[in-house]
Ligand binder design. Structure first.
Ligand SMILES: Nc1ncnc2c1ncn2[C@@H]1O[C@H](COP(=O)(O)OP(=O)(O)OP(=O)(O)O)[C@@H](O)[C@H]1O
Ligand SMILES: [Mg+2]
Length: 151
């Protein structure tokens, strides 16, 4: 397991971290985005998705639960499980089927479905620090390690 700590003193830093991660993604990567309300999870996802070349607006999936982005060779699925009322909604919603060996998956509020989600390759935690944020990036798989090495 590897861990990186990066200070993010402004929204732009969070967007830039997402952009950097977008350059070292590999097929099928599953990323958990953790942190309190307003910590910057969607902002990081926005930097990542725009970094992949999507030029439209990246909306928070808080109400829709999922936002999908189609790229040439894969789909990126961005989930926000905050509104789940029970952890097994992950199963009843059929969302597990969206995780494939080639799609990229981002999940905000994975805590809402612990016990039902697969192990992530990377977990990014955002913490409030002064006016900015601190980010901690952990990898749990060889695929995740490879991504972090290139970050
Ligand atoms: N490094 C940073 N420093 C200061 N403000 C930041 C930073 N990163 C993001 N923000 C700001 O934090 C606010 C909330 O961001 P965002 O919506 O991404 O949070 P979130 O973690 O997705 O929240 P939620 O849990 O509600 O989904 C935004 O106004 C954004 O500009
Ligand atoms: Mg969000």
């Amino acid at each position: 397991m590897k861990e990186l700590k990066i200070l993010l003193s402004s929204e732009k830093n969070t967007l830039d971290l997402g952009k950097s991660i977008s350059t070292c993604l590999t097929e099928g990567l599953l990323i958990f985005l953790k942190g309190d309300l307003g910590a910057g999870k969607t902002t990081l996802a926005r930097g990542l998705i725009n970094g992949l070349g999507y030029s439209g607006s990246v909306k928070s999936p808080t109400y829709s639960l999922i936002e999908q982005y189609e790229f040439d060779n894969f789909t990126l699925n961005h989930f926000d499980l905050y509104r789940f009322s029970s952890p097994d909604e992950w199963v009843s919603s059929g969302f597990q089927e969206y995780i494939t060996s080639c799609n990229i998956t981002l999940i905000e509020w994975p805590e809402k479905s612990y016990g039902f989600l697969p192990k992530p390759d990377l977990e990014i935690k955002l913490l409030y620090k002064n006016q900015g944020r601190a980010s901690f990036i952990d990898s749990f798989t060889p695929k995740g390690n490879k991504c972090l090495e290139n970050l």
